[in-house]
Design a protein around this ligand. Structure first.
Ligand code: NAP
Ligand code: ZN
Length: 351
């Protein structure tokens, strides 16, 4: 088995450190990929620190992967050596259930295989993109049409699809007023995508210093969510809100912003639950709370093609692999505009 350089959390209370992992030899349907860039998702931090209480150690996070195909299995038809490809949050699913048949592997009824932190038939568990090389079944590999700015494409593989999927599912278009809560990795993609779909976009942020940039990203209006006056000025006016915040908070102020039949879609996954909203916030205008989990492979490809067509990439800060622990601390302070991306050449150079 090839030995691959990686960074791993060995325990929940320890920083990530250099680590060596094994990758399987590609089988007939596998693609072997040299990783060039990997985005840093807040889920990586939640998992490395066992905040969801399900982490398998050692934990090699990373599920926003862009790389180059270096070899293919003998039955691979979709890709060839030299192609630029992407891998997102999933690397396997049952393939047979109703959801998989519908192209929604992200809702696989047997449970899909996460790119990292899932049980794996070949290893004890899967290892993600904070590594120089990965082997993935071709069904879970995405084609990348962009030729330039590849580091800024990486975050589309999780942040992009996690926002695109609910925007499509709830039929966001130019007739809709849409709220995005939190201008982080997910939130800034939500602003860009909802704007490109023609919606009137209102960004809700706790960070006044992000207001002018949010407008440049595509927000029509910016609301400082800590200011009740600003919040009230949008009461009962939005069709749909996506909430990306990664800490528990009161949802009632956001529910009160929805029109009749409006939906508040939660995508942020705090370690502890949000306080239960007041029933009155829901019944008074038949409002709903929903959730959404990444997106299927087909929809991820559709999102990548949509982004290529509309010239949408992520706003990123590129970091060397060794700075990952600093990046986690900065992410917790909302001090990133708006996604860290690791240049994996820096890990190769550590040898
Ligand atoms: P992120 O870059 O850290 O962004 C989160 C944003 O939330 C921050 O930038 C900040 O925006 C806001 N925020 C932070 N602390 C806050 C607080 N105390 N009160 C209110 N707002 C606060 O994180 P991310 O990578 O976008 O991920 C966000 C969440 O989504 C994480 O829980 C992650 O695990 C989850 N996630 C879910 C899925 C899914 O499929 N459902 C996929 C990927 C990630 P402002 O400064 O603008 O307020
Ligand atoms: Zn993610």
């Amino acid at each position: 088995m090839p030995q691959i350089a990686a960074y791993a959390a060995q325990r929940s209370d320890q920083p990530l450190v250099p680590h060596t992992i094994e990758r399987r030899i590609p089988n007939a349907h596998d693609i072997a990929i040299d990783i060039r860039y990997c985005g840093v998702c807040h889920s990586d931090l939640h998992t490395a620190r066992n905040e969801w209480r399900d982490t398998l150690y050692p934990c090699v996070p990373g599920h926003e992967i862009i790389g180059t195909v270096v070899s293919i299995g003998k039955s691979v038809t979709k890709f060839k050596v030299g192609d630029t490809v992407g891998v997102g949050c999933m690397v396997g699913s049952c393939g047979h259930c109703h959801s998989c048949q519908a192209g929604e592997e992200n809702y696989c009824e047997q449970g899909f295989t996460l790119t990292y932190n899932s049980k794996d038939s070949n290893h004890s568990h899967t290892f993600g993109g904070y590594s120089t090389h990965i082997v993935v079944n071709e069904q879970f590999v995405l084609s990348i049409a962009h030729q330039n700015n590849l580091a800024a494409i990486a975050p589309l593989l999780c942040a992009g699809i996690t926002m695109y999927s609910p925007l499509r599912h709830w039929h966001v278009d130019s007739t809709k007023k849409v709220g995005i809560v939190g201008l982080g990795g997910l939130g800034h993609m939500g602003v860009k995508l909802a704007h490109a779909m023609g919606a009137h976009v209102v960004l809700f942020t706790t960070s006044p210093n992000k207001a002018s940039e949010a407008r440049n990203l595509g927000a029509d209006e910016v609301v400082i969510s800590k200011d009740p006056k600003q919040m009230n000025s949008h009461a009962a006016s939005l069709n749909f809100i996506i909430n990306t915040v990664a800490v528990p908070h009161d949802l009632d102020p956001y529910l009160s912003l929805l029109k009749k039949n409006g939906t508040l879609c939660l995508v942020g996954v705090p370690p502890e639950p949000h306080p239960m909203p007041h029933t009155f916030s829901l019944i008074s205008k038949r409002r709903a709370i929903a959730g959404s989990l990444i997106g299927g492979v087909k929809e991820t490809q559709e999102m990548l093609d949509f982004c290529a067509k509309h010239n949408i990439v992520s706003d990123i800060e590129t970091i060397p692999m060794k700075d990952i622990n600093v990046a986690y601390e900065r992410m917790l302070k909302s001090d990133v505009k708006y996604r860290f991306v690791i240049d994996m050449q820096t890990l190769r150079d550590e040898k």
